[in-house]
Ligand binder design. Structure first.
Ligand SMILES: [Zn+2]
Length: 474
């Protein structure tokens, strides 16, 4: 018996604003508990909310990047529930009249190839505070700094058919929002959070099975793992004659297990109603169009441009466009005169290595372009070029040619110097010489490697090989 998986994702993204959604408190991460609070975000009597224009603008930019229709009028509504980290007793969200509806995200499904995932809606809301269970033994503390921070909730249609597809969608969605400048979308900092809905059904069946919601997912890899586990849990229940209950589950990344947290509420349980303190959010169509016109280049367009203009292979295009900063650095290296394919190789190798270690690109783009010129021109071997790169990373103001010379890495193409190394290598390996002369031609690579080693990478390999051939020849 086979089952089809049906997955929809609710993604909460925190737009990068200086202040909170409805008050002037700082929207910052990691401050001491309960320091960024005021009467508005604490819900004290008489305090009145004022929407944050930049949060609204970033919500609109995100919606446009996802191809959604931005509605001229949307309504802030109160979602009522009790929780210790929600002092107002309600969360301001948008319900039946959200900011935007009807977009799509294109991504590459590992099973089905290119797919288009529908976006049901994007709405604005405020976050709740945070309960801290690990701060004091056997007690729960509450930090209200996060109370009232802005969020965009992005709801996908039930279009995903496997956990791996869910992950591919998340990668594409994150990339779009980072490119659009909406948010840094960091799961570590909690500026991107994922709730996943999953149900199973028989292939060909058009109705949906009972879905469950999995929360507490703090990396894309865990989203995939948790959904795998939930698929097996549901299929196990159904195949043993049981049924799936509509529940919310928490994923334990340590054990890979799912635990039922509570029976899932229906939306009517929240008694949504329009917030009487907030008038309808009315956006001028001309302003929305100006934001659309101001959208930066998005990932699909950038990938097409890299393939067309630089003639790069698909793999390189994917790596260079994964983060906007990587592409910007690559383009600066090319603009400074480097060959695009060579620049792509250096950025994907050394520069991304630096980024992983230091969080930045330490070698200025024009310096890297100069270094690439030295390597492609044969003045420095590729191997030596990497040493020069490491030196440049520590001293970005030194010219690569000077560094190469100082480190004694300029290639030696001089016949007599090369001949000395060649003779020494051949003398040290009489067995290999005999085998080469007996027809084992592939040993040429071995000899070249030995000469490079003997010269500490300084010999010009293009000149070493002809020399080796003539000495080894009959
Ligand atoms: Zn506040």
């Amino acid at each position: 018996m086979t089952w089809e998986t049906v997955i929809g994702l609710e993604v909460h993204v925190q737009p990068t604003t200086r202040s909170k959604m409805f008050c002037g408190c700082a929207n910052s991460f990691g401050d001491p508990p309960n320091t960024n609070v005021c009467p508005v975000c604490l819900g004290l009597p008489g305090a009145l909310p004022v929407p944050n224009a930049e949060a609204v603008r970033l919500g609109v930019v995100g919606a446009l990047a996802l191809g959604c229709t931005v509605h001229p009028t949307s309504i802030f509504a109160r979602k009522n529930y009790f929780y210790p980290d929600l002092p107002k007793g309600y969360q301001v969200s948008q319900y039946d009249r959200p900011l935007a509806t009807g977009g799509a995200v294109r991504c590459e499904s590992p099973e089905r190839g290119p797919i288009e995932v529908s976006i049901t809606r994007l709405h604005l809301e405020e976050d709740a505070g945070k309960s801290l269970h690990d701060r004091y033994p056997r007690r729960t503390a509450v930090d209200l700094n996060r109370c009232g921070t802005p969020l965009c909730e992005i709801v996908s249609g039930p279009d995903l058919r496997s956990p791996a597809e869910a992950r591919a969608y998340l990668v594409a969605l994150r990339q779009l929002l980072v490119y659009a400048g909406v948010s840094d979308c960091s799961m570590e900092k909690g500026t991107l959070r994922v709730d996943a809905n999953l149900s199973v059904r028989r292939p060909g069946q058009s109705g949906l099975g009972t879905k469950t919601e999995v929360k507490n997912l703090n990396s894309f890899a865990f989203v995939e793992k948790a959904l795998e586990a939930e698929y097996h849990r549901q299929v196990g229940l159904l195949e043993s004659g049981g049924r799936v209950e509509q529940v919310t589950l928490l994923f334990n990344a340590g054990t890979g297990e799912l635990r039922v947290a509570r029976v899932k509420e229906e939306s009517h349980d929240y008694r949504y109603f329009p917030d009487p303190d907030l008038p309808p959010l009315v956006l001028a169509p001309a302003w929305v169009e100006a934001e659309r016109a101001g959208l930066p280049e998005l990932p699909t367009a950038r990938r097409a441009r890299y393939a067309d203009r630089f003639g790069l292979p698909g793999y390189d295009v994917g790596v260079l466009t994964a983060e906007p900063e990587t592409g910007a650095y690559f383009e600066a290296v090319v603009a400074a005169g480097a060959d695009p394919k060579a620049a792509a190789n250096w950025v994907m190798g050394e520069a991304l290595g630096s980024l992983r270690e230091t969080g930045g690109f330490p070698v200025p783009a024009p310096r890297l372009a100069e270094l690439i010129g030295l390597v492609t021109g044969g003045a420095v071997s590729h191997q030596a070029g990497r040493k020069v790169y490491a030196e440049l990373a520590a001293h970005p103001d030194h010219p690569p040619g000077v560094v190469a010379e100082r480190l004694g890495l300029l290639q030696v193409g001089d016949e007599s110097a090369l001949a000395g190394w060649v003779e020494a290598v051949l003398a040290a390996h009489p067995g290999e010489v005999a085998r080469f002369r007996a027809g084992e031609a592939k040993l040429l690579g071995f000899f070249t490697g030995q000469v490079m080693k003997a010269s500490q990478g300084k010999a010009d390999p293009k000149k070493v090989q002809p020399l080796l051939r003539s000495r080894l020849g009959p």
